[in-house]
Design a protein around this ligand. Structure first.
Ligand code: PLP
Length: 420
C-alpha cells in the first residue's frame, strides 16, 4: 500500500498487531497529547509517582540516615548500572548511574587522555577528534578539559562522517562521538569506527544520549573503550535524572578521573586523608547522589525489562519509516526537507525536517497537542518512542502538520521561549 493513500484505519491495524502496544499503559500520558519528544524528556512511568512517595515518606522520612544502608542508597549507582547494562551490551560491574552526562563525559575523556599519556607509544598524541555538529555540551566539555590540562590538546572537528577516516591519525589520542546525532538523527557505525581508531592507536569515548533505549547497543561486542549516556531521554528516568558512565573492563584498573571524591575511594568511611581509588566501576563515582531522582531511574528501566531492544528497534524503524513516508506524501507542496538519513543502518529513533519557519510551525503543532521540538537552524525534531508511541499517533500528527501547513496557520511574529 502506498502511504499516500494509507487510511487511518491501516495505522490502527498496525497498532492492533504491535507486540509492544500494551507497554503504553506503563506510562502516564496526558489526554489530547501526541508526545513526540521522548528523545528530549521521556514520559513518566506510572510507577514513578509511588516510588517517589516511597523514597520521600519511608526511606527518607522514616528511615532517615539509616537508609544509606537499609534502603540500599549507597549501592544504588551500581545496582542501577547492572540493570542498565543489558541495554548497552555491557556486563555487571561495568556501569554506574551517577552525575550528569556532561560530568561523566568530562570524567571519561579525562580518563582516556590519562591512559594515553601513560603509554610511551601514545603519550605525544594531542588530538581529540569529534564532530562539529556534536551536541554543544560535549564540545564545550572537551574544550574546557583541553584548556584546563594546558598540555596542547586540541579538538579536530569533522563536518561529516565520511571525513572520520582521514581525521583519525597517529596524532589522535581520543575519538569522542555521539552515537546518534541530536539534531539530524544520524547514527554512527560504532564497530567500524572503534576498529579504525584502535588500528591507529586512538581510544574511543561514545555518548549514547540519543541511542540508549532507542536501539540495540553492543559496547562490548563492538569494542568500545568508554561510554556515557543520559537516562531522562529514551530511558524515562525523569527530568534531570542522573546519567551513566561505562568503562571497558580492560581499562578499569588504569582509569583515573579528576573528580576524585570520596564515593570513588577504596574505603570512603575510613575517612583517611589520602585518595586511593576503589577497584572496579565505583571509581567513576565522585560524591553523594540525588537519591530521589536516582531511585526513579529504576522505574524506567523496569519497563525495558518487559521487552527487548530488538523489538524496540523493529517498531522504531516502522514508526520513523511511516512518519517520513506520510510527511513526504501529504506535505509535498511545502518546503520541508528531510535531514535524517533514510537508510535504517544510519538512523536513530527521531526524524528531523527542515522548514524555513520551523520554530513557528512547531509552536503551532504544540498548540494543537503534537509535541515535538525545535533545534537551530530551522529544524523540527520528532522523536518516536516505541514503548508508548502508536502508529495512529504518527498518522494523526502528520494530518495536523499537513493541515497547519496548508492553511499557513502559524504565527511568524511570536516570541521565542528560553527552551525550544
Ligand atoms: C541530552 C544530551 C546531553 C545532556 O547533557 P546534560 O549534562 O544532561 O545536560 C549531553 N550530550 C548529548 C549528546 C545529549 O544529547
Amino acid at each position: 500500500m502506498t502511504e499516500t493513500m494509507m487510511p487511518r484505519s491501516a495505522a490502527a491495524a498496525l497498532d492492533q498487531s504491535d507486540p509492544l502496544a500494551a507497554l503504553r499503559d506503563e506510562f502516564a500520558l496526558p489526554d489530547g497529547v501526541i508526545y513526540l519528544d521522548g528523545n528530549s524528556l521521556g514520559a513518566r512511568p506510572q510507577a514513578a509517582a509511588a516510588r517517589a512517595a516511597q523514597v520521600i515518606a519511608q526511606e527518607w522520612g522514616d528511615g532517615l540516615v539509616r537508609s544509606w544502608n537499609k534502603a540500599g542508597w549507597f549501592e544504588m549507582p551500581t545496582r542501577l548500572g547492572d540493570l542498565l547494562a543489558p541495554l548497552i551490551g555491557a556486563g555487571a560491574d561495568e556501569v554506574v548511574v551517577t552525575d550528569t552526562t556532561s560530568m561523566n563525559l568530562f570524567k571519561a575523556l579525562a580518563g582516556a587522555l590519562h591512559i594515553q599519556a601513560q603509554r610511551p607509544a601514545s603519550a605525544a598524541r594531542r588530538i581529540i577528534v569529534s564532530e562539529r555538529s556534536n551536541f554543544p555540551t560535549d564540545l564545550y566539555i572537551a574544550e574546557g578539559l583541553a584548556s584546563w590540562l594546558d598540555r596542547g590538546y586540541q579538538l579536530r572537528l569533522i563536518d561529516s562522517p565520511d571525513q572520520l577516516d582521514a581525521a583519525i591519525d597517529s596524532d589522535t589520542a581520543v575519538v569522542m562521538l555521539t552515537h546518534v546525532n541530536y539534531r539530524s538523527g544520524s547514527l554512527h557505525d560504532m564497530a567500524t569506527i572503534n576498529r579504525i581508531a584502535h588500528q591507529r592507536g586512538a581510544l574511543t569515548v561514545w555518548d549514547l544520549a540519543h541511542s540508549v533505549g532507542a536501539l540495540p547497543i553492543h559496547l562490548q561486542r563492538d569494542d568500545c573503550d568508554f561510554a556515557v549516556g543520559c537516562t531522562y531521554k529514551y530511558l524515562n528516568g525523569g527530568p534531570g535524572a542522573p546519567a551513566f558512565i561505562w568503562l571497558a573492563p580492560r581499562h578499569q584498573a588504569d582509569f583515573a578521573q579528576p573528580l576524585t571524591g570520596w564515593w570513588g575511594h577504596a574505603a570512603p568511611f575510613a575517612m583517611a586523608p589520602g585518595f586511593v581509588p576503589v577497584d572496579g566501576i565505583r571509581r567513576a563515582l565522585c560524591g553523594t547522589q540525588p537519591m530521589v531522582s536516582l531511585a526513579l531511574v529504576e522505574c524506567g528501566l523496569n519497563v525495558f525489562a518487559k521487552t527487548s531492544m530488538g523489538a524496540i528497534r523493529t517498531k522504531s524503524l516502522a514508526l520513523t519509516d511511516l512518519f517520513i513516508a506520510l510527511v513526504e506524501a501529504r506535505c509535498a507542496a511545502h518546503p520541508l526537507r528531510l535531514v535524517t538519513p533514510r537508510e535504517h543502518a544510519r538512523r536513530g529513533s527521531h526524524v528531523s525536517f527542515e522548514h524555513p519557519h520551523g520554530y513557528p510551525v512547531m509552536q503551532a503543532l504544540i498548540a494543537r497537542g503534537v509535541i515535538g521540538d525545535y533545534r537551530e537552524p530551522h529544524i523540527m525534531r520528532f522523536g518516536f518512542t516505541p514503548l508508548y508511541t502508536r502508529f495512529v499517533d504518527v498518522w494523526d500528527a502528520v494530518a495536523i502538520l499537513a493541515d497547519l501547513l496548508d492553511r499557513q496557520a502559524y504565527d511568524l511574529t511570536g516570541a521565542r521561549d528560553a527552551v525550544t
